[in-house]
Design a protein around this ligand. Structure first.
Ligand SMILES: *[C@@H]1O[C@H](CO)[C@@H](O)[C@H](O)[C@H]1NC(C)=O
Ligand SMILES: *[C@@H]1O[C@H](CO)[C@@H](O)[C@H](O)[C@H]1NC(C)=O
Length: 365
């Protein structure tokens, strides 16, 4: 009770006055002056460091310090009131919020990061995000959203919305979001028919997209040419078509592990000339993808746990040594039906070091 009164007292004091670093005792001693209009004259010399940082205003039970509003793990069912208007980071993760209401973020113009991870959000009001004109990071992962929220702030640079119930990515979902750099959409019940062609087209600066552990069966079409990392592991992709990667001239990492890929079309690697790392392990490939000897930069290729039954001496390295600019630093081929003793050592003549090749044994289960 005492504590509650004290908190209330502080809140009302701080509401009216500019922020001052003071101890609890100062306020208690200045009791008389609180009702006055002028600022209190702080006379006490000895300051006791407050256990809970004191801000001008802070939601009940949250902690507010240096523009950070920390309200995680409090069992909250709603976004609290009294969020200071100068808040830059609002952490509401691990609560029980089910709905984001129209005025929940009213006036939070300074907010840079909003963390709503691990709640029970099913509804976000269409205007809820509109005050957040400076929001850069929006973390909505581990909720129960069925759709990508509409009207996300155009300023967002990082969107994390994995582990929800999203089934569709519509063309309008990311309209005008030209500042996005990182997008994490994995672990949603997406299918390829639910992902519109060109849904990602407006993301002109995006460098990282991850859509892992969904039910998509093909690489989404119309990916932005700015991409440098594309992670599509753990899906149900059956084929890598050259066309799907057309124009991705900055792509350096491509993750396609744990899919159902049996075909990598000829010409695919030529579409992604700056690729350095390609993960194709745990698929259904029967041969090493074509085009590796002609690719200048690829250094790491995972092909383990496929159905590759033979490996030729020209599969990885060019005939002439000078044509490949970067030597391989990692090739994995274990858990394939190819008898490893039949693979000629000369196959790996453009590998940086012998230990970079993992051949290993194949055991039929
Ligand atoms: C993919 O589909 C299967 C069956 O249709 C379903 O059991 C599974 O949960 C789905 N995966 C995801 C990530 O939604
Ligand atoms: C792919 O390329 C290889 C060698 O360049 C060639 O032998 C093969 O026939 C081609 N496959 C198709 C389907 O075009």
């Amino acid at each position: 009770m005492r504590l509650a009164c004290l908190t209330l007292l502080l809140v009302s004091v701080c509401w009216a006055l500019p922020f001052r670093q003071s101890g609890f005792l100062d306020f208690m001693m200045e009791d008389e002056q609180i009702s006055g209009d002028g600022p209190p004259v702080v006379t006490t010399k000895q300051e006791i460091p407050p256990e809970v940082p004191i801000g001008p205003v802070c939601p009940f039970r949250c902690q507010c310090h240096l523009h950070v509003v920390q309200c995680s793990d409090l069992g909250m069912k709603n976004v609290p009131e009294d969020i200071p208007s100068d808040a830059q980071l609002l952490d509401l993760q691990n609560n029980k919020i089910t709905e984001i209401r129209e005025n929940d973020f009213k006036g939070l113009k300074a907010l840079h990061a909003l963390i709503l991870v691990n709640n029970k959000i099913t509804i976000i009001h269409a205007k809820a995000f509109s005050p957040l004109v400076n929001l850069q990071r929006l973390y909505l992962s581990k909720n129960m959203l069925k759709d990508i929220p509409s009207n996300m702030p155009k300023s967002v640079q990082e969107l994390r919305i994995h582990e929800n119930q999203i089934t569709k990515i519509k063309k309008a979902s990311f309209t005008g979001m030209v500042h996005v750099i990182v997008m994490e959409l994995g672990s949603n019940p997406l299918t390829s028919s639910g992902v519109d062609a060109d849904a990602f087209k407006d993301l002109k600066r995006v460098s990282y997209i991850r859509i892992a552990d969904t039910n998509i069966t093909s690489i989404p079409k119309g990916l932005p040419t700015s991409l440098s990392e594309l992670h599509l592991d753990g899906n149900r992709i059956t084929k890598v078509t050259a066309d799907s990667l057309k124009g991705l001239k900055h792509l350096a990492k491509l993750g396609l592990s744990s899919n159902e890929i049996s075909v990598v079309e000829n010409g695919t690697l030529a579409m992604i000339p700056h690729l350095r790392e390609l993960h194709l392990d745990h698929n259904a490939l029967t041969s090493v993808p074509a085009g590796l000897p002609d690719h200048k930069y690829i250094q790491v290729i995972y092909l383990h746990a496929n159905k590759i039954a033979s490996v030729g001496t020209e599969d990885f390295c060019p005939a002439s040594f000078n044509t490949k600019k970067a030597m391989y630093s990692g090739i994995s081929l274990f858990s394939n039906p190819v008898p490893y003793w039949e693979v000629q050592p000369i196959t790996f003549r453009c590998v940086f070091d012998r230990s970079a090749v993992q051949l290993g044994n194949y055991r039929k289960k």
